[in-house]
Design a protein around this ligand. Structure first.
Ligand code: ATP
Length: 306
């Protein structure tokens, strides 16, 4: 009986893992009502990761034939480096992450990971290699330790605590009445957006995927929360090929390269300092963002003083 119990356990584990990964990703992309559009190529092999280089080569893509979203986009995320995608709302930033996950196929060009076209590897292996920190994490109605351990079910208590420390959420957890055993989710403690995001970061630190997509929160966070999230993101992206989908601009300053999307093409690319010096689209987005952040901060301070 023992011989049977182990594989059954394992199957249960794998099933839960996959279910969870699928749920996170579906929620992230709002795909729950969407039918499966892509399927594995016959005889598709699992993705073989060597160093984790991602390339978009002359990618053309449209959701509807009459509105082209990407019109020949090419860039590389070298192994272990961070590339941030910025651009006006609706420019196609999240579309790029959907194409890397292969939720859709490109109409022209290709997307590769370590030289393998994402259309030629199994979707399961592709998605297992990509970690995602979504902007809004849905927590399970269970303990906070359980929620972090979802990154890797066999992690020890020490590993969970260490991941929480790295994600800058351990102090917060230890101050809760029941620490790591505190119940969270709809029926437990409600965590703030910033706290939930740090739980997602701790999960991803445990999972340790070779490729990472960070979906920066759209909503403004206070400066201190922003800084601790930034520190946590720096830890999780260190040495890992990372694409940052930057809806605001707070996470991009340290990116190895920033890509500015506009009207379906790459309008500018460079480091933060280079793009500021260029005084183009990025520089003007940055100025506007800074003014908005300062105004928010003044408003918050005024409210606190009342
Ligand atoms: P934001 O910063 O506002 O999130 P974004 O740059 O991430 O924007 P995308 O989500 O990539 O933008 O969307 C690019 C364009 O494609 C938008 O005009 C959007 O309306 C459109 N779009 C996104 N998903 C679909 C879909 N499933 N079907 C049709 N059009 C879509």
């Amino acid at each position: 009986l023992m011989q049977l119990a182990v594989p059954l356990n394992f199957i249960g584990f794998v099933y839960r893992e996959i279910r969870q990964a699928v749920t996170d990703i579906e929620q992230m992309f709002g795909l729950l009502d969407m039918k499966q559009e892509v399927t594995d190529a016959p005889g598709a092999a699992p993705l073989a990761i060597s160093d984790g280089t991602v390339r978009f080569e002359d990618v053309h893509f449209a959701y509807d034939a009459n509105r082209q979203i990407l019109k020949g986009v090419s860039f590389e995320v070298p192994a272990g480096k961070t590339v941030a995608i910025v651009g006006p709302s609706g420019a196609g930033k999240s579309t790029i992450s959907r194409l890397l996950f292969r939720f859709y196929d490109v109409q022209q060009g290709r997307v590769t990971v370590d030289g393998q076209d994402v259309r030629e590897v199994t979707q399961e292996s592709l998605r297992a290699a990509i970690g995602m920190v979504p902007q809004d994490t849905v927590l399970f109605n269970d303990t906070i330790a359980y929620n972090i351990r979802y990154g890797r079910n066999d992690a020890t208590k020490e590993e969970v605590v260490y991941a929480a420390e790295q994600a800058q959420i351990a102090d917060f957890i230890e101050r809760l009445p029941e620490g790591f055993d505190s119940m969270v989710g709809e029926r437990g403690l409600k965590l703030s957006g910033g706290e939930k995001q740090r739980v997602a970061i701790a999960r991803t630190i445990l999972k340790a995927p070779p490729l990472l997509i960070l979906d920066e929160a759209t909503s403004a966070l206070d400066t201190q929360t922003e800084q601790s999230i930034q520190a946590a993101l720096d830890v999780v992206s260190r040495g890992r090929t990372t694409i940052v989908i930057a809806h605001r601009l707070s996470t991009v300053i340290n990116a190895d390269q920033i890509i500015v999307l506009r009207d379906g093409t790459i309008a500018e690319r460079g480091t933060h300092a280079e793009l500021i010096a260029e005084n183009g689209l990025y520089a003007s987005m940055w100025m506007r963002q800074r003014e908005a952040t300062e105004a928010e901060e003044r408003l918050r301070l005024a409210r606190e003083a009342e």
